[in-house]
Design a protein around this ligand. Structure first.
Ligand code: ZN
Ligand code: ZN
Length: 259
């Protein structure tokens, strides 16, 4: 049998993809994902068709606009990258600054987009999905996508960060977007009870925003929602209900109805 020619790195990537694919298939087959679904009966074909259509349109328009903007800013020397090596704490400061500044940007603009007429014109398209899935991440108006994604060139124009941090920023943006729309709760039951972790968003937090349309506006953290009193009062209780379903009827907290 003729094996494809791959470098050591190529084989490592192929091995990682195989592990992830095996994990996903095993997770589906064993019911691992089903048990962690936040809204077990939320799937609708009509919504999926809407998401496929708008995700496709948005990804092309956003890539074109932000790609052009980034190239221009780099060409004119407004975005300049520092090259590693750098001290680890310097990289940490740059990354943490991005994380909390983007969270602030997202919270306030997202909250603003819930006002009429901007809601009807722009943000409503994303809220067509009342039970989010991975595709919901991209199913947004191109205007909203450019507003959210535009933070990265703005941040990079204001602060000259190291190239390795830019890679982390882009990956964080993608992973967090997919994670909060995953429709599954993977975090442990104690997440919102711990003083350290309760400030960070969970999939249930954003899932509730889609289900009820109001409250829980944060993108990475719950900080602004807690400060401004916009966190849904039933968020923590509903999070526990999702986790209780995992424990079954004999669990210490009893089973909650699959809502
Ligand atoms: Zn919203
Ligand atoms: Zn969303």
């Amino acid at each position: 049998m003729h094996l494809p020619q791959l470098s050591g790195n190529g084989w490592l990537h192929a091995w990682l993809y195989l592990m992830v694919a095996t994990g996903i298939v095993t997770g589906i087959g064993s019911g691992f994902f089903r048990a962690r679904k936040i809204q077990p009966n939320g799937f609708k074909w009509a919504i999926l068709r809407h998401e496929v259509l708008f995700a496709t349109i948005t990804i092309f328009i956003t890539a074109a606009i932000l790609g052009f903007l980034n190239r221009q800013l780099i060409a004119h020397g407004i975005i300049r990258f520092r090259h590693t090596p750098a001290r680890w704490w310097m990289l940490a400061i740059e990354y943490i600054a991005y994380f909390f500044l983007f969270d602030t940007w997202f919270y306030w603009l997202h909250r603003w987009m819930h006002n009429e007429p901007i809601y009807r014109w722009v943000h409503k398209l994303h809220h067509k999905s009342t039970s989010p899935n991975l595709l919901t991440t991209l199913s947004v108006s191109p205007i909203e996508s450019v507003i959210n994604g535009g933070f990265v060139p703005l941040f990079l124009s204001l602060f000259s960060v190291h190239d390795v941090v830019v890679g982390l920023i882009v990956q964080t943006n993608i992973v967090m977007g997919l994670y909060v729309h995953s429709g599954h709760e993977f975090l442990p039951r104690w997440w919102n009870r711990s003083w350290a972790s309760k400030w960070f968003i969970s999939a249930t937090f954003h899932d509730q925003h889609h289900r009820y349309f109001t409250g829980n506006f944060g993108g990475y953290t719950t900080i602004w929602d807690r400060i401004c009193g916009t966190m849904r009062p039933r968020f923590e209780g509903d999070f526990l209900k999702v986790k209780d379903r995992l424990r079954g009827a004999d669990g210490p907290h009893g089973a909650a109805p699959a809502t």
